[in-house]
Design a protein around this ligand. Structure first.
Ligand code: NAD
Length: 260
């Protein structure tokens, strides 16, 4: 077992959070999922039945205390709750959307990391994995989301520095476009196109939620015991393939043109 205690997964009722909770529970861990829309998932993960909003600071503090009273010390935390960015030109961005994305994706990640991480540091053990995004490492028409996810990557570094001597590791994963219900909804609504999402990735395909879950499980467990403060892309080569369009695309061979 990678963690002796409980592993808490936010956003655990769907998508990457649900895939991670299912994988960890199948490996024999005691897993509790929390969500703003709490729904049970298949497998052995336990559902915290109350609504859990990562952006509600007093609510998170109360729930984390209650979860530890019920399920014992939280030794692993996966911050997977999040909302996607709305695609808009700058002049059309409404600050309600900006605030919502930053509130949940960045501020919410901090609120839960603070509530759980301070307890872990007091006990001298724990591992936290924040779900950032390749969007936080690149450019796109989702201005609040990219800023929030870049913030999550930076927050991961600063929390790793804060708690490193107290036995708590803090890392991030940055998924590329991952086939979750949220992404599928954007494809179905015509906002995103699957071919476009896949074709800039070196591997030419989307990421599956279970593949992100495997990376999170590694970062939570003892196999990564000397790893803290990193941001691990799990992106089917999206970052590796991004610039190739400028040279004719991934499927074409270089022509011998001068390089910049
Ligand atoms: N799917 C992708 O392509 C992709 C790529 C990169 C990063 N991510 C990130 O991965 C994370 C999970 O995304 P997903 O695709 O699995 O989405 P999803 O919508 O399938 O799952 C997100 C879960 O978070 C919950 N949630 C939303 N707001 C919440 C809140 N305020 N408090 C608690 N729970 C809340 C939702 O109810 C849902 O169950 C997000 O942070 C997202 O930004 C996703």
């Amino acid at each position: 077992m990678a963690q002796a205690g409980t592993i808490l997964v936010t956003g655990g009722s769907r998508g990457i959070g649900a895939a991670t909770a299912a994988l960890l529970a199948a490996a024999g861990h005691r897993v509790v999922i929390v969500d703003i829309a709490p729904r049970p998932i298949d497998g052995g993960a336990m559902l915290w039945p109350e609504r859990f909003d990562v952006a509600d600071e007093p609510g998170v503090a109360r729930a984390v205390a209650a979860i530890e009273d019920t399920h014992g010390p939280i030794d692993g935390l996966v911050n997977a709750a999040g909302v996607f960015g709305k695609m808009h030109k700058v002049e059309r961005i409404r600050m309600e959307s900006w605030d919502r994305e930053v509130d949940i994706d960045l501020r919410g990640t901090f609120i839960v990391a603070q509530a759980v991480g301070v307890r872990m540091a007091a006990r001298g053990r724990g591992a936290i994995v924040n779900v950032a995004s390749v969007a936080g490492m690149t450019s796109g028409p989702i201005h609040a989301y990219t800023a929030a996810k870049a913030g999550v990557i930076q927050l991961t570094l600063s929390l790793a520095g804060e708690w490193g001597r107290r036995g708590v590791r803090v890392n991030a994963v940055s998924p590329g476009f991952t086939r979750t219900a949220a992404l599928q909804a954007a494809i179905d609504a015509g906002l995103l196109d699957e071919d476009r999402l896949s074709r800039n990735a070196a591997m030419g395909r989307l990421v599956e939620p279970a593949e992100v879950a495997q990376a999170i499980a590694w970062l939570l467990g003892p196999a990564s015991s000397a790893v803290t403060g990193i941001n691990l892309p799990v992106d089917s080569g999206f970052l590796a393939g991004l610039a190739w369009d400028a040279y004719g695309g991934l499927t074409r061979q270089p022509t011998g043109a001068p390089t910049p």
